[in-house]
Design a protein around this ligand. Structure first.
Ligand code: PLP
Length: 433
C-alpha cells in the first residue's frame, strides 16, 4: 500500500475506527497524491516562468482559448476553460456547504465534511461504490429504486441489491422491512441506500417515519454493525406536503453514532434544473468525525475522482457559483418549485375527481419529487405502455409491475389528458384480455 494511503488510514483509524471497516479494499488503498506532478506544480505557482502546468497558456499568461467558445460565456478564461481541482473549486465547495446548512436547519451545530465536487450524482454514487463496495457486498434499499443502481453497484462493483418492500399494506414507509434487512445475518458491515424524494415513487417519509428510520439505524449501529448510509438526495427540496420530513435525512444521520457513516449525494442537476451541467457533491458525516478524518475522507474521494474523471467541469462550477451569488436565485428557484407543486396538486385533484380510475389503477403513495406511480389492477404495464404509444400518443415508463408518470415534465393542461389516456389504454388492454 502506498505510504500516502497508509497515512490517511491512520488518521481515520485513530478517530473513527468504524470507517476503516466500511472502506472497500480499493477505498483503503486510494489516496490523493500529494507528491509528484500536483505538488511540484503547486510549488512552482507564482514563479516568473512556470513550465509545470498541464494546460496551454496564451502569450499573456491567460489560459489559451478560442474566441468562439469564450464569446458564449460571461466568465473569465480561467473560470471557463481551465481545469478545476479534483476535489472541486474551493469557493463552490464552501458555498454548497453554507447552502446545506440553510436548507437543513437540523445541521446546525453538527460537524460534517466540506462537500467534494463530482460530475453529478451518478458519478457520486459510483465513487461511493469505489470507496465502500467490495464484490459480494449487499446494499440494503427499498424495492422501488432508480434502475441505474443496478449498473452502478451491481455491474460495476459486483455488489448485490438486497431490497425490502418499500411500502406497508397501509401505504406507509416500511420501516420494519428495513429493520429486518439490517438485523438479518451476522453483525458486521452494512451498506444502506436511501433515496428521498424517491425515484420512481415520488415518496418522502413523513416526519415520524424519518425518525423511525433513524431509530432503526441507530439500533443496528448499537448492536455493533458498521453502517455506511448513502443518502441519494437527487430531488432534494421538492417536498409538497407539510407532514413530510422537509430536510435531508442526512441531518438526522450525520452525528447519529460512531458506527454510522452518513454520505450525502446531492447536487444542482435536479435541485437547480441544470441536468446537463453534470455537477454534484459528496459530503460525509459521522459522530466523532474530526476535521482530520473529514479531510482524509475528502482526500480519498479526490483520489478516486482523479483516477476516474480527473475533475468535474470547471465551467459548471463557475456558472453555478455566480448564480448562487445572484440576488434573484432564491426567487427564481421558488417559482420553479411552485410550478412543480401546482402540477403535483393537479394530479391529486385529478385522482380525487375520477374515482372510476381506481377500476383500472391505483396510485402508490407520493408526496414529493418529479414522479408518481400507479399499479394497474388488471392490465400488464408494458402492454399498456405500448398501447399508450400507438393509440394515445403518450409516453410513460413501465417498470416492475408499475407505471411511472413524470408529472414534472407534463404541462398543467395536459395532466388530465395523461390520466384519461392511461385509464382508456388500461381498459383497452384489459378488454383484449
Ligand atoms: C434517484 C436518482 N439518483 C441519482 C440520479 C442521477 O442524477 P444526476 O443527473 O445528477 O447524475 C437520478 C437521475 O435520474 C435519480 O433519479
Amino acid at each position: 500500500m502506498d505510504s500516502q494511503a497508509k497515512q490517511l488510514n491512520e488518521v481515520i483509524a485513530a478517530a473513527c475506527p468504524a470507517v476503516m471497516d466500511l472502506l472497500s479494499r480499493k477505498g483503503r488503498e486510494i489516496y490523493f497524491p500529494k507528491l509528484g506532478i500536483l505538488s511540484q506544480s503547486a510549488e512552482a505557482q507564482g514563479k516568473a516562468i512556470n513550465a509545470t502546468i498541464g494546460i496551454a497558456l496564451e502569450e499573456d499568461g491567460n489560459p489559451m482559448h478560442l474566441a468562439c467558445v469564450m464569446s458564449r460565456v460571461q466568465l473569465s478564461a480561467s473560470q471557463a476553460v481551465s481545469y478545476a481541482p479534483s476535489l472541486g473549486t474551493p469557493d463552490i465547495r464552501k458555498q454548497w456547504k453554507a447552502m446545506l446548512g440553510k436548507k437543513n436547519p437540523g445541521l446546525a451545530g453538527k460537524s460534517f465534511s466540506l462537500p467534494v465536487v463530482t460530475s453529478a450524482l451518478t458519478h457520486g454514487l459510483s465513487t461511493c461504490g469505489y470507496l465502500f463496495c467490495d464484490p459480494g457486498d449487499a446494499i440494503i434499499l427499498a424495492d422501488l429504486f432508480w434502475e441505474n443502481y443496478e449498473l452502478i453497484f451491481s455491474h460495476a462493483c459486483g455488489a448485490r441489491l438486497d431490497a425490502f418492500a418499500m411500502f406497508t399494506g397501509q401505504g406507509r414507509f416500511n420501516v420494519e422491512g428495513l429493520r429486518a434487512r439490517l438485523m438479518a445475518g451476522k453483525v458486521g458491515k452494512k451498506i444502506v441506500c436511501l433515496n428521498f424524494p424517491n425515484n420512481p415513487t415520488g415518496y418522502t417519509p413523513m416526519i415520524e417515519e424519518a425518525h423511525a428510520i433513524t431509530t432503526v439505524l441507530r439500533e443496528a449501529a448499537e448492536r455493533g454493525n458498521k453502517l455506511v448510509v448513502l443518502v441519494d438526495d437527487a430531488y432534494f427540496g421538492l417536498v409538497y406536503e407539510r407532514s413530510v420530513f422537509p430536510e435531508s435525512i442526512f441531518s438526522l444521520l450525520c452525528d447519529l453514532h460512531p458506527n454510522l457513516l452518513a454520505v450525502k449525494l446531492d447536487g444542482p442537476t435536479k435541485e437547480d434544473y441544470v441536468w446537463g451541467f453534470r455537477m454534484g457533491f459528496i459530503t460525509y458525516g459521522i459522530r466523532g468525525g474530526t476535521s482530520a478524518v473529514y479531510e482524509a475522507l475528502e482526500a480519498k474521494t479526490g483520489g478516486a475522482i482523479r483516477g476516474n474523471i480527473s475533475n468535474a467541469a470547471n465551467v459548471s462550477q463557475s456558472l453555478l457559483l455566480s448564480a448562487y451569488r445572484d440576488g434573484t436565485y432564491a426567487t427564481e428557484k421558488r417559482a420553479k418549485y411552485e410550478l412543480l407543486r401546482s402540477r403535483y396538486e393537479r394530479v391529486k385533484q385529478i385522482l380525487a375527481a375520477h374515482p372510476e380510475y381506481t377500476q383500472e389503477f391505483v396510485a402508490l403513495p407520493f408526496n414529493s419529487g418529479y414522479f408518481m406511480c400507479v399499479r394497474l389492477r388488471h392490465a400488464d404495464p408494458e402492454q399498456v405502455r405500448q398501447k399508450l404509444l400507438t393509440d394515445y400518443a403518450t409516453g410513460v415508463i413501465a417498470m416492475s409491475g408499475i407505471v411511472r408518470l413524470a408529472f414534472s415534465a407534463v404541462p398543467l393542461a395536459q395532466l388530465p389528458v395523461l390520466f384519461d389516456n392511461l385509464f382508456r389504454a388500461a381498459r383497452d388492454v384489459k378488454k383484449k384480455g
